[in-house]
Ligand binder design. Structure first.
Ligand code: DX5
Ligand code: ZN
Length: 224
């Protein structure tokens, strides 16, 4: 799949009907549906919220062919992240703030057959991590404080996106730039202008009357 990509977050879906909710954004060969399904794993330690874990992700993997993008907002990713890759997630992202040593975690994720992603919170600077980014396939820039859907977009994080875009465009780094938090019809264009490749959207997709339409509309806004 080539950018721009739309990754609806099921955090805003009905957890009692996940298979239907995932079908609604791209099931049955739907044209223009979700590129990735973004699954937010929270442990009530790294963030003040608890969502779902490996057994639910394993069930989701059985119910859809859309690549699964796991966003782990958890402590101790070295212990907990690789099993998501072993289970068959396409991309496994963990937080830079959750470990002192991200590179071995990325290696384990890749060794288990998934893409490895590093996520940084809105106030986490990019610079200290630039030299380890070759170990990663995805950089997930948070544009809200992680923990909850439906928060307001923080445009100040776009400076980090702009910086990454120039490093990627100049060939210094090869990495997918993903943004997560507050992406909707009003904010997606500024994120695209800064250079985002993959847009996570939770409430903007699942609060829509037709989630698939919402995905198509968001993509249309960033496709030139
Ligand atoms: C927040 C999660 C997001 C969340 C985004 O911590 O990482 O993926 O679902 O929701 P919206 O798009 O509503 O900001
Ligand atoms: Zn997320």
């Amino acid at each position: 799949v080539n950018p721009p990509m739309i990754a609806p977050s099921i955090l805003s879906a009905d957890f009692a009907h996940l298979a239907d909710e995932i079908d609604a954004i791209g099931g049955h060969g739907m044209v223009g549906g979700a590129d990735w399904v973004h699954v937010d794993v929270m442990d009530a330690h790294f963030v003040p919220n608890l969502t779902l874990g490996l057994p639910v992700v394993q069930s989701i993997l059985k119910t859809t062919d859309i690549p699964i993008d796991c966003h782990l907002m958890i402590d101790d990713p070295g212990r907990w992240a690789p099993p998501y890759a072993e289970a068959g997630a396409y991309n496994v992202t963990f937080h830079a703030e959750a470990t002192d040593d991200p590179v071995p975690v990325a290696k384990d994720i890749r060794a288990a057959g998934a893409k490895a992603g590093l996520s940084i919170k809105p106030n986490t600077p990019l610079d200290p991590y630039l030299e380890i980014l070759p170990a990663f396939d995805t950089l997930l820039v948070m544009s809200v404080e992680p923990g909850f859907g439906g928060q307001s977009f923080m445009p100040q994080v776009l400076d980090k996106v702009t910086r990454m875009r120039s490093l990627v465009d100049s060939g210094e780094l090869q990495i997918l730039i993903e943004i997560d938090g507050g992406i909707n019809a009003d904010t997606i264009e500024q994120a695209a202008e800064a250079g985002v490749d993959c847009f996570v959207a939770g409430s903007a997709v699942y609060s829509a009357a037709d989630p698939a339409d919402a995905v198509r509309n968001l993509r249309a806004q960033v496709t030139s």
